[in-house]
Design a binder for this molecule. Structure first.
Ligand SMILES: CC(C)(COP(=O)(O)OP(=O)(O)OC[C@H]1O[C@@H](n2cnc3c(N)ncnc32)[C@H](O)[C@@H]1OP(=O)(O)O)[C@@H](O)C(=O)NCCC(=O)NCCS
Length: 165
């Protein structure tokens, strides 16, 4: 299993991974066109996990964000695995591998995501639920940081839910 940035030629396959959840009401062509035109998608970096044959098995979008303190953090989104490949640990491998890679390469200490599914899935990787998100019905803001950093962040009056997504 390799965890790496997605190649431009793989983005179509990446977009398709979440089509059943995020695009079905649009129809495939309109959904793919919306993905290609999305400023939110263009602003982030797509990462994938890939098997021995190099074919992407799961994907996520990573946004660079700045905390009120000026420290960098990463906001994750659009985590998806193709329906036929779900339940085999591919998203788990990708999330764990991405977090490890970012910690090692950039020393990143704070990660966010908006969970549309039961937060317990993300708690496995050290994320803690901060609460529902105004303006994002059904989404729960989650953060991953050590206790001291998280307490400092939440007690900072300048802190607000990140707006990358
Ligand atoms: C969520 C998702 C990325 C998981 O991918 P995956 O490769 O199947 O993940 P893994 O095999 O590593 O882990 C599977 C776990 O995902 C969790 N999970 C998947 N869908 C879930 C849902 N709708 N609600 C709660 N947990 C869910 C379960 O805990 C499951 O554990 P289990 O295998 O013990 O039942 C995949 O189901 C998906 O692409 N869903 C559609 C897009 C989506 O909703 N993304 C999340 C947005 S926050």
């Amino acid at each position: 299993m390799t965890i790496r940035p997605a190649a431009a030629s793989e983005l179509e396959a990446v977009y398709r991974m979440g089509y059943d959840v995020w695009g079905e009401r649009l129809g495939l062509d309109a959904y793919l066109a919306a993905c290609r035109a999305s400023p939110k998608y263009a602003a982030g970096a797509w990462w994938v996990s890939a098997g021995g044959d190099g074919v992407p098995l799961s994907s996520l979008l990573a946004h660079e964000i700045l905390l009120p303190s000026g420290r960098p953090a990463v906001g994750l989104g659009s985590i998806a695995t193709p329906p036929a490949l779900r339940g085999r640990g591919h998203a788990s491998s990708l999330i764990a591998g991405f977090l490890r890679a970012r910690e090692e390469s950039h020393g990143t200490e704070v990660f966010f995501l908006f969970s549309d599914i039961a937060p317990a899935f993300y708690e496995r990787f050290g994320f803690a639920a901060l609460g529902p998100c105004p303006g994002k019905p059904g989404s729960i803001l989650m953060a991953r940081a050590n206790r001291k950093r998280l307490d400092g962040l939440l007690s900072d009056p300048r802190f607000a839910a990140p707006d990358y997504f």
